[in-house]
Design a protein around this ligand. Structure first.
Ligand code: ZN
Length: 440
């Protein structure tokens, strides 16, 4: 079979051949398929939407590109530096496995992959997902109006997607407005599973605190808890709910310590019981500060949309003690979300259908995952080489199963140079690490 990297140096190395001119060599798209000539001859080139970068973070770069097979716009995520060490290799392998596992309207999943080169040259992973026009961060900071209906339908979808993830036994661990993609119809999808992992049921096992962007970090993470659960995601949703209402970040602190001060400023000084997961240093710090009374009524001043019902639900998400924080399932049964559910299933979802002018609702409006996500594939992986081999096989198998012409990067496209040099965020652009408490 002819390699798909015909234009690249890698291809020459593999095949030991001279570069051959391709039927799509004058194609403007970043992505290339071997059936490119079909598109070129249709004249689609005349009004090409340029391929462009749309986002980047610690673990990847995302571009909006055109799928040359059907002219559809899709998102291409480039994950570079995958095989630097065993941890980064497993993290990417896990993310790819999750993207293949997810089947839910409010959770982003993999549509396709670029065909990987021979394993000796396999350094980067390219995954194709649905393209969404915007994200909640861009919408919140924009000048477009956000009505109470918008807030309700967004919050409903966030919780609907998160309930699915939690039922699959997955903690997202980086829920923030930028990771909630939104299209022009207000359909929302949770994305970026770079920090996601399976819930740890053994409370004696130490879990990393290097998770969740600071503004959305739950108090147990800020106070050095070694173990945490699904409720860290709910805290983040509470912060986003308040941000949707007030159109500004709820707890916008410069440091993790100030972050904690802002939280206790709103919720009041926590009791000893509420700090049961905090480490000694953090408890000492909080108890050494002047006593603060709760001031939850401040939530009513977020916006005129902060009704009694809204504040009631919000204050159940923003609870210091993770054991007392509301779950996704219970949040979804709160009356505040009834209108959001109705709107979503009346005209936005794919689970309900209109037959003869009558809307037939699905029997389960907020479906759970049919099985939990099994991370057993991670066991027995001890070397980068092992992970690389497994990941390579997984992607090749998937590429073969789609029954479509595989895709590759087109080095002759106008965007190629820019794409090839695009890389992940520099550490200085990333949120600060958790505070280092003196813990016994
Ligand atoms: Zn529906």
């Amino acid at each position: 079979m002819q390699s798909l990297y015909n234009h690249s140096l890698i291809n020459n190395c593999i095949n030991g051949q001279q570069q051959q001119p391709q039927d799509g060599s004058n194609c403007p798209f970043l992505l290339l398929s071997r059936k490119m000539s079909r598109i070129s001859s249709t004249g689609l080139q005349q009004d090409v939407v340029p391929d462009r970068p749309i986002g980047y973070g610690a673990f990847g770069v995302v571009w909006a590109v055109t799928d040359p097979r059907d002219g559809k716009r899709v998102a291409l995520k480039k994950m570079p530096n995958v095989f630097q060490n065993i941890l980064s290799s497993i993290r990417v392998y896990r993310e790819i496995k999750m993207l293949l596992f997810f089947k839910h309207e409010n959770v982003l999943s993999a549509l396709d992959f670029l065909q990987p080169p021979h394993i000796d040259f396999f350094q980067e992973v390219y995954v194709i997902t649905e393209l969404m026009q915007s994200d909640l961060h861009k919408i919140i900071v924009s000048s477009q109006p956000l009505t109470s209906d918008h807030v309700k339908v967004f919050l409903y979808q966030i919780l609907r997607g998160l309930r699915y993830l939690h039922s699959a036994n997955i903690l997202h661990r980086d829920i923030k407005p930028g990771n909630l993609l939104v299209n022009s119809n207000c359909l929302l999808k949770i994305c970026d599973f770079g920090l996601a992992r399976v819930n740890e049921t053994d409370a004696s096992k130490r879990m990393t605190q290097e998770v969740v962007t600071q503004y959305y970090r739950a108090p147990e993470l800020l106070t050095g808890a070694n173990h945490y659960t699904f409720s860290i995601d709910i805290w983040s949703v509470g912060c986003i709910f308040a941000e949707l209402l007030g159109r500004r970040i709820l707890f916008q602190a410069k440091t993790p310590l100030q972050q904690l001060d802002l939280i206790t400023g709103l919720l009041g000084t926590p009791t000893c019981e509420d700090m049961r997961y905090a480490c000694d240093g953090a408890i000492k710090y909080i108890q050494g500060r002047p006593y603060k009374a709760p001031s939850l009524s401040a939530l009513y001043t977020l916006s005129p949309q902060a009704t009694h019902e809204a504040v009631h639900l919000l204050s159940q998400m923003l609870i210091f003690n993770p054991d007392k924080r509301i779950s996704c399932t219970n949040a979804l049964s709160h009356p505040y979300l009834d209108e959001g559910r109705l709107r979503y299933h009346s005209c936005m979802c794919r689970c309900c259908h209109t037959v003869g002018g009558v809307r037939r609702y699905a029997s389960d409006l907020e479906p759970l995952a049919p099985t939990v996500f099994d991370d057993g594939f991670e066991k027995g992986l001890h070397s980068v080489h092992q992970v690389k081999d497994k990941l390579h096989k997984t992607i090749l198998e998937k590429c073969g199963s789609y029954n479509r012409v595989p895709l590759c990067i087109n080095p002759n496209s106008a965007a190629f140079k820019n794409f090839a040099s695009s890389t992940v965020a520099h550490p200085s652009e990333l949120p600060p690490s958790p505070h280092q408490w003196e813990c016994a």
